[in-house]
Design a protein around this ligand. Structure first.
Ligand code: CS2
Length: 497
């Protein structure tokens, strides 16, 4: 067998026995789901559940779409959209080839082909992983941002949209006009209350076009919120080479992930759905408490690790976690400041926290702090600020939350502790850097200037001294003593000294 041959339907049978492969004939599958945003996360999460599902119910294949770039389609098309999922932990690696994606559209190349797929009556679900910023909303309020350049472009040309809200609403409009039942929308991104939030964004977008359409979207379209969880770092070249060697075949873009996976889905699919619970998803009436728990516990800790860890010179999450002060700090953050805000009867939150700490330690994952640090302006509200508002309302302490927020502020100044530039990826990066350049290094002024960014902090937090004070204190210590020493001082309970 030559290692230069490509993974494909043709070569599938040549995989080593240890590699799991589809338990169905991918050629016999028909499409039931369109997925917008075929990135690593989708391929390691929803597409794996669907891969399990197809063995008993072959009508739920996935037609994928990339909303910006062609790279995923280009990588997977020559291999019949098959790809490998490598599940890695300290115990080793398990490989699995997934066949649930049937085709990938590239929206900017041919929006019409994607809209046609979304209007196929066999499609019952349109799911999304377009990242927080893909919803074109204001992160502080959760409302559509009508000034967003993609929204403005779509409103000017609504029949050939390119944004996620534009595509969803146009496809729903066409289905309505053709008397085809609407699909259920299933957002799978880390937004707060992602079901109601995405429903509102769609309705608001539709209202800018047509009142009747807006009413239809509001009342006749179902949006099933979800909580999704699996850590999926960007695949490195070395990992790709290792995986190809183990396959004996070339896979242009495998995904690497952890053993843990969780999917909680709001059971709201009036026009049909597959038996997701048969493949391990949890169907619930109200998904919000699960989302809140996950966003505040996992993602809040992740962002704290990302900003403090990056500034302290740690490249990956597991390296940051190997710093005992940072590990202690993350535990304190969850136990003392996040867990009291969660109302989860029947859930062992302490056990959930301990499992998270263990997942963050996974030495086999190269999850870069820089990757998680991306798009902080879109992530802070659901990861930190909801918790902050609950703590403020309860008159409770929030020093560790404030430290996470201050570490973000220090990070977006775009200069690290050695004076080298930081490549800050964020839709607001230029503005955030300009704020630092204009304001200088005075913690009080810098914190006040960042707290004034309304799209992140809203109007309430800027003027609340119970929040501004601990943020300013943390930022002062970060600027003076650096992230490693600050993390240690906070972990030792010396944050006010
Ligand atoms: C991470 C998430 O990149 C990030 O911001 O916090 O992608 C995280 O790994 C997932 O939400 C885990 O489910």
């Amino acid at each position: 067998m030559s290692a230069s041959e490509r993974l494909s339907l043709q070569t599938l049978s040549r995989l080593p026995d240890a590699v799991q492969r589809p338990a169905y004939d991918p050629r016999a599958v028909t499409a039931g789901i369109v997925h917008l945003g075929v990135g690593a996360f989708h391929r390691a999460h929803q597409a794996v559940y669907v891969d399990d599902l197809l063995a008993s119910d072959p009508q739920w294949g996935i037609v994928g779409a990339s909303l910006r770039r062609a790279d995923m389609r280009d990588a997977l098309k020559p291999q019949d959209d098959l790809y490998t999922v490598a599940v890695r932990s300290g115990e080793g690696t398990a490989l699995r080839v997934v066949g649930s994606i049937q085709k990938i559209h590239v929206a900017p190349e041919d929006p019409e082909a994607l809209l046609e797929a979304m209007c196929d009556p066999a499609i019952r679900i349109v799911s999304l992983t377009v990242t927080e910023k893909g919803y074109c909303h204001d992160p502080a309020t959760g409302d559509l941002n009508p000034e967003h350049p993609d929204v403005k472009a779509d409103l000017a040309n609504p029949r050939a949209p390119t944004s996620a809200p534009g595509l969803l609403v146009e496809a729903l409009r066409r289905r309505r006009a053709a008397n085809i039942v609407p699909f259920t929308v299933m957002p799978c991104d880390n937004l707060p209350a992602n079901g109601p939030t995405v429903h509102r964004i769609m309705s608001q977008y539709a209202a800018l076009l047509d009142d009747g359409l807006a009413r239809f979207v509001e009342t006749d379209v179902a949006v099933a919120g979800t909580m999704v969880d699996r850590i999926v770092p960007a695949t490195t070249e070395a990992e790709t080479a290792e995986i190809c060697a183990a396959l004996g075949l070339q896979d242009a873009w495998p995904v690497v992930t952890e053993p843990f996976t969780q999917w909680v889905i709001e059971d709201r699919f009036p026009t049909g759905r597959p038996d997701f619970s048969a493949v391990g998803a949890e169907m619930v009436a109200d998904v919000e408490p699960y989302e809140r728990m996950k966003l505040r516990m996992l993602n809040g800790s992740h962002s704290t690790l990302a900003y403090l860890g990056y500034l302290a010179g740690y490249e990956t999450v597991s390296q940051a976690m190997a710093d005992p002060a940072i590990e202690r700090l993350v535990r304190q953050l969850m136990t003392e400041e996040v867990m009291p805000t969660l109302d989860m009867p029947g859930t062992d939150l302490g056990g959930y926290r301990d499992a998270l700490v263990q997942r963050f330690h996974n030495p086999a994952l190269k999850h870069r702090t820089w990757q998680i640090a991306m798009d902080g302006s879109q992530k802070l509200p659901q990861r930190f600020l909801g918790t902050v508002r609950d703590r403020l309302a309860a008159g409770a302490s929030l020093d560790r939350l404030a430290l996470g927020v201050a570490a973000w502020m220090r990070y977006v100044t775009a200069v690290d502790e050695t004076g080298a530039p930081i490549e800050v990826k964020d839709p607001l990066a230029a503005r955030l850097k300009a704020i630092a350049d204009e304001t200088g290094r005075d913690a009080e002024r810098l914190a006040a200037a960042y707290l004034g960014v309304e799209a992140v902090f809203g109007r309430d937090l800027r003027d609340d001294p119970a929040f501004a004070r601990p943020v300013t204190r943390a930022l002062a210590m970060l600027l003076e003593r650096g992230a490693a020493a600050t993390a240690k001082a906070y972990a030792d309970g010396q944050e006010t000294s």
